[in-house]
Design a protein around this ligand. Structure first.
Ligand code: SF4
Length: 252
């Protein structure tokens, strides 16, 4: 009897490459292959969610600032108690740098981050009426906020399609030849160009989760990879795609 759990999505045979179909400029893939990669990611995770806990755009901004060179799970552990007492710029400023530092002491670079959290709370109150701006150029003027942080906030808090290139996305873009680039900005620009618009909003999370759990830095787990037949990475170890089924939502 057929085990329903083993039922596998029929692979789209249209990705078979006719002789004259060209790669999308700047990538090692045809448009049909890129579409198929993201179609499969969507089957796996129809509604991917960011893993940083927050209760409003301000706490999201703080969480993202704290997450530089730290794990989301580690940040969540520290911010649960912090956001209970300070979920607005005013409350954060009133708490003060030393107390913020006490809450986030388990996070790397906590001294500097506590300083930035206070400085950005002050800047939000003074210059933006305590409201987190929904504009990248304004966000990156805030202390401790770079382009990657701004992109995460624009996507998660304001529903904008952005590509915040972290270590996983930078690696995947280059390893697969999907969006090769020497800098995160180059990889970001290329991904924004080559990913079909229907997939663009969630693409950032799909790529991060694929890099975190499957296409890992030291040893990619190709037998567990749903795009193994399409992937053109030099280090790939399997040509057979893993069964394409929706995955349980990761809980941290
Ligand atoms: S086949 Fe291997 S190298 Fe290619 S995307 Fe999958 S895990 Fe990464």
């Amino acid at each position: 009897m057929e085990n329903p759990k083993r039922k596998v999505d029929t692979l789209d045979m249209s990705i078979a490459r006719p002789a004259r179909v060209r790669n999308v400029p700047g990538t090692r893939y045809t448009a049909a292959e890129i579409h198929e990669i993201f179609r499969r990611f969507r089957v796996q995770r129809p509604e991917p969610k960011g893993e940083l806990e927050h209760v409003n755009p301000f706490t999201l901004l703080v969480a993202v600032v704290l997450s530089a060179q730290a794990t989301d799970a580690g940040v969540n552990k520290a911010t649960r108690a912090l956001f209970d007492v300070a979920d607005t710029p005013e409350k954060m400023l009133a708490l003060g740098e030393a107390k913020v530092g006490d809450y986030i002491r388990t996070i790397g670079l906590w001294r500097n981050k506590a300083k930035n959290v206070i400085a950005l709370s002050e800047a939000l109150i003074d210059r933006y009426g305590s409201v987190v701006p929904d504009d990248r150029d304004e966000l990156i003027k805030l202390p401790g906020v770079g382009r990657k942080t701004a992109n995460v906030v624009l996507s998660m808090a304001f529903g904008q399609s952005t590509m915040a290139v972290d270590t996983h996305i930078f690696r995947i873009g280059n390893r697969l030849g999907l969006a090769p680039g020497k800098t995160p900005d180059e990889v970001e620009a290329r991904l924004m160009k080559v990913i079909p618009s229907e997939f663009l909003y969630h693409a950032h999370h799909w790529l991060i989760l694929h890099g975190r759990y499957v296409c890992k830095a030291r040893k990619p787990e190709c037998p567990a990879c749903v795009i193994a037949d399409i992937c053109k990475a030099a280090e790939k170890t399997s040509e057979i795609p893993a069964p394409l089924v929706p995955l349980p939502v990761q809980v941290f």
